[in-house]
Design a protein around this ligand. Structure first.
Ligand code: SF4
Length: 278
């Protein structure tokens, strides 16, 4: 028999609403701007995302503006964020919604999931944070809370069901933001349970934090990234950074890295030159 996470929404909202963190994307309900923030925030720290989000949306304030640009121009603005396939998918999504939906992002889960690079988390984040729908958003912060309060690892299906079940009616936007804040501020990998509004009901805290931590390996909880220094990610980033300025000779770079970028559609060959997609 499974138990659902013992979370009282009223306690969480009372804790979180007065201390909600300020982010520029929390001031908008524009679906494109929300989507760009969610894509950038995947695997990238908030402080690095804020200036990039601002600059990206100044250049591409709408899907239509992004679709009109070349992928190379989008990748130039993405410089420094890493994981450039995210930029390629964002550009492809812009092209898709311009051709199929008059340049507007759809407001249904299935239609969002059909867009390039948009998975279950991002689709629900757009529904909750742009369209203010009452859906549960299971990012790594919320996933930790769900597992720890339940006192056990959760499957993806159970984590999503628990997250959906918890959303107070009409509070989808606020609820998910507050729960994310709780995970980011208190229920961190090393939690601060003394200050947590859930400490008297959280199964893991009440049991005295027995090992292993139920959040480790639970659905939606991210695992540590491999070191960046010396990685292929770093080498790929260097090629893209060099090509952002001007085309370069292919033999200036590691052939395997170049091949992987060409395969991913992130760079193009023109004779013995390499360049960003036009
Ligand atoms: S009591 Fe501790 S482990 Fe439980 S939800 Fe709060 S911070 Fe996380």
């Amino acid at each position: 028999m499974t138990r659902e996470p013992p979370i009282d929404p009223g306690q969480v909202l009372a804790w979180g609403v007065p201390r909600m963190r300020e982010f520029p994307w929390r001031r908008t309900r524009d679906p494109w701007k929300v989507l760009v923030s969610e894509v950038m925030l995947q695997q990238t720290r908030v402080d690095r995302v804020i200036p990039k989000w601002t600059a990206f949306l100044a250049a591409f304030p709408t899907p239509s503006a992004c679709a009109d640009a070349s992928l190379g121009d989008v990748l130039r603005l993405w410089q420094g964020l890493g994981y450039p396939r995210r930029a390629k998918n964002l550009h492809a999504t812009a092209v898709e919604v311009v051709s199929t939906n008059r340049g507007r992002l759809p407001d249904s889960l299935d239609a969002l999931l059909a867009l390039p690079g948009i998975g279950p988390y991002t689709a629900r984040a757009v529904l909750a944070f742009a369209f203010e729908r009452d859906v549960g958003v299971v990012d790594t912060n919320i996933a930790r809370i769900l597992a720890r309060t339940a006192g056990e690892r959760l499957t993806p299906r159970r984590a999503q069901a628990a997250a959906d079940e918890l959303v107070p009616v009409g509070e989808g936007w606020t609820w998910n933001q507050v729960l994310m804040d709780l995970g980011a501020v208190l229920c961190r990998p090393r939690p601060t349970c003394d200050e947590c509004p859930l400490s008297s009901t959280c199964a893991w805290a009440v049991a005295g934090h027995p090992g292993p931590d139920p959040a480790v390996g639970s659905a939606g909880v991210s695992v540590a990234q491999a070191p960046f220094e010396g990685s292929d990610r770093q080498r790929r980033g260097k090629v893209l950074a060099a090509l952002s300025g001007a085309p370069c000779a292919a033999d200036a770079f590691d052939a395997a890295i170049v091949d992987s970028l060409v395969r991913d559609g992130l760079i193009e060959r023109d004779g013995d030159q390499l360049l960003l997609p036009r």
